[in-house]
Ligand binder design. Structure first.
Ligand code: THU
Length: 136
């Protein structure tokens, strides 16, 4: 892993500490790295109405876009509490794809476990994606 990737993994682990996951007790952290060097983090935010839970990756994308990011997404790290790396859920893949597509990038997704990081391209997690260009 590059130094940038190591720092992104640490950012995701740090973000998970702020997860609000009292119902699932499954804290997730996410960190996005952009071409300008900035890193935006997110954590899952659950709700007493269970189905309204927001995933860490979706929170991170929402933060990033609300800060003005519209592309340049180079890498995403996601970390869960279990013994194995987790991959972004289907909805988060779609949400990540929107931001990636705006800038024409295919980010690395770093799936982080306690002792292992598995890296996969977003396009491999979401092949034949529906995106902004699909509406043209
Ligand atoms: N979760 C995420 O934050 N990201 C994912 O990609 C998978 C699931 C959260 C949602 C919920 O708060 C908890 O993990 C258990 O599903």
């Amino acid at each position: 892993m590059t130094q940038d990737d190591i720092e992104l993994v640490e950012a995701a682990r740090g973000a998970a500490l702020a997860a609000y996951a009292p119902y699932s007790k499954f804290p997730v952290g996410a960190a996005l790295r952009f071409a300008d060097g900035s890193v935006v983090t997110g954590a899952n935010v659950e709700n007493a109405s269970f189905g309204l839970a927001l995933c860490a990756e979706t929170v991170a994308v929402g933060k990033a876009m609300a800060e003005g990011h519209r592309g340049g997404l180079l890498a995403v790290a996601v970390t869960g509490p279990g013994p194995e790396p987790i991959t972004p859920c289907g909805r988060c893949r779609q949400v990540l794809n929107e931001l990636a597509a705006l800038g024409g990038t295919d980010p690395d997704v770093l799936c982080v476990g306690p002792s292992e990081v598995r890296t996969v391209k977003l396009s491999a997690l979401l092949p034949a994606a529906f995106g902004p260009a699909s509406l043209d």
